[in-house]
Design a protein around this ligand. Structure first.
Ligand SMILES: CC(C)(COP(=O)(O)OP(=O)(O)OC[C@H]1O[C@@H](n2cnc3c(N)ncnc32)[C@H](O)[C@@H]1OP(=O)(O)O)[C@@H](O)C(=O)NCCC(=O)NCCS
Length: 144
């Protein structure tokens, strides 16, 4: 197993993991569109030649980064991959002088909310109808 930066050739695998794990339908082009903004903020974990987990983040201010997506393939969950990706993402943030990382989680996704709280994030507020199906989001923040 290997953690590394995203390459365009990972697109199909990443789209597959995202489509299975996240309740949003993503246009595959969104992943490649993100690459020029901050390539180091896009990380994947590969196992046996296939991407099984990824985190995509963007810089959203001078010292502020946002996690747009984080997903681990079902069979690989609970094994520390999500934690590893997040910690590596924090390291990349550190190199850019990022002081705050924010993200949104579905109000119904308690497992992910607990996961982020364990990693030091705290709840800022509820964001009404944040998701395309009308579900509220919960805004989380962590200081680095
Ligand atoms: C949320 C998610 C990214 C967590 O990734 P993960 O690799 O399963 O998380 P980890 O193994 O690093 O788990 C960290 C902690 O959460 C627990 N945990 C999280 N998900 C778990 C699961 N499905 N089964 C068992 N334990 C789980 C772990 O036991 C661990 O706790 P500990 O540190 O006290 O031992 C992953 O479950 C996932 O992809 N979910 C679907 C997509 C999603 O909700 N994304 C986040 C919203 S953007």
């Amino acid at each position: 197993m290997q953690i590394r930066h995203f390459h365009n050739r990972d697109l199909v695998d990443v789209w597959q993991v995202a489509s299975d794990a996240l309740h949003e339908r993503y246009d595959p082009s969104i992943f490649t569109q993100l690459v020029p903004f901050w390539p180091d903020g896009l990380l994947v974990i590969e196992d046996m030649g296939r991407v099984v987990a990824f985190v995509f983040g963007v810089m959203s201010g001078v010292q502020h980064a946002r996690v747009l997506m984080l997903a681990v393939e079902r069979n690989y969950r609970g094994a520390g991959l999500g934690t590893l990706l997040t910690q590596e993402f924090f390291r990349e943030c550190g190199k850019k002088g990022v002081r705050q990382v924010s993200l949104e989680v579905r109000a119904s996704n308690f497992a992910a909310q607990r996961f982020y709280q364990r990693l030091g994030f705290f709840t800022v507020r509820r964001v009404p109808k944040y998701y395309s199906d009308g579900e509220d989001g919960i805004l989380f923040l962590r200081y680095l």
